[in-house]
Design a binder for this molecule. Structure first.
Ligand code: AKG
Length: 293
């Protein structure tokens, strides 16, 4: 069956829109993302994809993680002030070839393009999150977008474990919170202090009222990933497993409607000066277009 539709008798606007959709349909045929997964991502703001990264990518990122723990970057830190149980780092792709290859060549950009319904995807940044076995360090409930100088609906993260993670230690999500239309004030992971001068309201106490929300989480294995929209409220407990590490690469991606956004008050990301100004599309060497390749 072909989905091609002739556009020659249509107005230029309709023709362009049709062509865009045809391009999307064709690329959908080349990926394993199903319409059900796209609908789940749109409705819940998050979807768990099984077995999308093969052993090559798992091994590559595992060795990249070890290299970056050994030689942390300028933003490498223990998010837990009491010990070394929760290590984080940023922008590893700028320093380690493993992450760079993953960003540019893995199926990631194509996956998020499909889920976000985006024609093109630029890379935004990457983050490492390692909770050692038995770590009690929780990840506070938060939304990502208010931490970032970015606006738009087509902004998402791929949370990729290289260790098996049980749902009691996995990332948790408040289903549908990407559609609430409210940005809450970020807090520093390290000491939970609120960001300054943002003018944003504090996050409601999700943990104390868990039964009021529909909370989603999954057991995941290496090769699986969780893709979520940047306005989703999410958090995690510590690493309940006393034997297994919980090593995660989170990569962030900007789609068609994403724009550089100068925010009021404190912002964490990007960590560097860029030549973008408010309202610019993401582009250039620091935010390369990765899809289409
Ligand atoms: O893995 C975690 O505990 C936190 C991850 C997270 O907040 C993110 O990837 O945005």
């Amino acid at each position: 069956m072909t989905r091609d539709v002739s556009t020659k008798h249509l107005t230029p606007y309709i023709a362009r829109t049709m062509e865009k959709h045809q391009a999307l349909w064709h690329s959908l045929e080349m990926t394993e993302i199903s319409m059900d997964q796209i609908r789940a991502y749109e409705k819940d703001g998050v979807v768990c994809l099984r077995g999308v990264f093969d052993q090559y990518w798992i091994d590559l990122i595992t060795s990249g993680i070890e290299a970056s723990i050994e030689t942390p970057g300028p933003h490498g830190e223990n998010y837990n002030p009491d010990g070394s149980a929760f290590f984080g780092d940023l922008d590893m792709w700028q320093r380690h070839k493993e992450f760079r290859e993953f960003v540019l060549d893995s199926p990631s950009a194509e996956l998020v393009a499909r889920l976000m319904g985006s024609i093109k995807v630029n890379f935004f940044y990457d983050q490492l999150l390692v909770k050692e076995p038995g770590s009690e360090s929780a990840t506070p409930w938060h939304q990502d977008q208010p931490y970032w100088a970015i606006s738009g609906r087509q902004v998402s993260s791929i949370w990729m474990p290289v260790d098996p993670v049980r749902s009691d230690s996995s990332l948790e999500f408040v289903a549908g919170s990407h559609q609430w239309g409210i940005e809450y004030n970020p807090r520093h992971f390290k000491d939970q202090s609120p960001y300054e001068d943002t003018g944003l309201p504090p996050m409601p106490d999700i943990e104390a009222n868990r039964s009021s929300y529909s909370i989603l989480s999954w057991d995941v294995e290496p090769g699986d990933c969780i893709v979520f929209q940047a306005m989703m409220i999410h958090g995690a407990k510590g690493n309940a497993c006393s034997q297994t590490r919980r090593r995660i690469l989170s990569t962030r991606w900007a789609g068609d409607d994403a724009r550089y956004c100068v925010r009021q008050g404190e912002t964490a990301i990007p960590t560097f000066e860029s030549n973008l100004v408010h309202g610019d599309k993401f582009s250039g060497e620091l935010f390369p277009q990765v899809w289409p390749r």
